[in-house]
Structures are given as C-alpha cells and as structure tokens.
Design a protein around this ligand. Structure first.
Ligand SMILES: [Mg+2]
Ligand SMILES: [Zn+2]
Length: 196
C-alpha cells in the first residue's frame, strides 16, 4: 500500500530504496513506532539524503509495518506517521518521492512484506525507474534480500536492528556494502559514481 506517491515522470531515474525504521528513524527491537510524536530521525539523515538527492536519485521509502496487523496501530495512524515523516524531511529540503508500506504480519503470507517484491512492483508501476543504477539501504537481512530480488546493489546498516541482525545471521547477510549508518552509505554510493 502507499501512504503517498508523486506522479510518474517520463524520464527514467535511478532510485534509492530506503527502509524506514532503523535506517531513517530510530528503532529499537520490540518497540513499534505507533505515534508520530515518537518519530526521531538519526542525526546524519539530512546530510545523507541531501547527498543522494544532489545525485538526482529518487528517494523512495519501503517499510514493513506489521504493527498494523498486530493491532498496535490503525492503518490510518500508520499513514499519518508516514506523512509526518515526509513533511519533516520536506522542511529540511529533502523530497521523498513515495512511501510504500506493508501492513501485514509474517503469518499473513502476503506478497508485499519485504523481502517479497510487492512494494517494489507497486513503485515500478508508479515511477519510471532505472534499476541498473539503483540501490537498497536497510538495517535488516530482509532489506538486503529485497534488493537482491530486485537485482540492485544493497547496503546493510549497523543502525537500528543492524547489529542484532549481524549476530543472528552473520555472513548470510550478503550486502554489497556494510555501512555504519545511512551517511556512510550515501558517501559510498557517491564514491561508486565517481569511480565509474
Ligand atoms: Mg528497518
Ligand atoms: Zn504485505
């Protein structure tokens, strides 16, 4: 589902697919973000997203929100949190092209919960995206697997659930780059561009 999405453009652009919790906003294991007042950006987020935006990447958020299926929050509340995040970033000069979310729980066996491709397919139907130069950034193995399912480059973050995921999955996390945080991910992407 989408909280919002801008109009499709004719020219194709590469995208940065961003996870939300633990990537852009603070996330602690076992804590669901159920109220926009609890939303807190990592300090380096504005600088990181500005670097990516200057490189003309579309910034698109893909987020699993099983807290909806678990009845921790309503669908409307989740949309409200996403719109609040979009506004907050807009005020910092960062344009988010769309926020897409899966409202289901793992038991629902839906086709949109990351690492499944449902959300990405929805994005590709709404935007003209050049996948060959696109990246996925997230703090869970599911984010890396989603990127691999899309055949794009992947960056794993040690923020949010990152360190726990490394303890749990170790070398099974086969990201193209393991980054300290989203800023180091953005700088790595910028470096890839220069080297090409
Ligand atoms: Mg996350
Ligand atoms: Zn789903």
């Amino acid at each position: 589902m989408k909280a919002f999405s801008k109009k499709r453009k004719l020219t194709s652009r590469a995208a940065i697919f961003l996870d939300r919790d633990g990537t852009i906003v603070h996330d602690k294991p076992g804590h669901y973000l159920t109220n926009e007042k609890l939303l807190k950006l990592y300090k380096c987020v504005p600088e990181a997203l500005e670097i990516l935006q200057k490189m003309k990447y579309l910034l698109i958020i893909l987020t699993n929100q099983s807290g909806i299926a678990r009845n921790y929050m309503s669908l409307a509340q989740s949309v409200k949190i996403n719109l609040h995040l979009q506004k907050k970033l807009k005020a910092l000069g960062i344009n988010i092209e769309g926020i897409y979310f899966c409202p289901h729980s793992p038991q629902d066996k839906c086709s949109c919960r990351k690492p499944k491709l449902g959300l990405a397919k929805e994005v590709l139907a709404n935007h003209n995206i050049n996948l060959s130069d696109s990246f996925m950034i997230g703090d869970k193995i599911a984010d890396v697997k989603l990127g691999q399912n899309l055949k794009i480059k992947t960056i794993f973050l040690k923020t949010g659930h990152g360190r726990n995921q490394i303890l749990q999955y170790g070398k099974k996390i086969k990201a193209d780059f393991m980054a300290k945080d989203i800023l180091s991910a953005a700088k790595w992407i910028a470096k890839q561009r220069v080297e090409r």
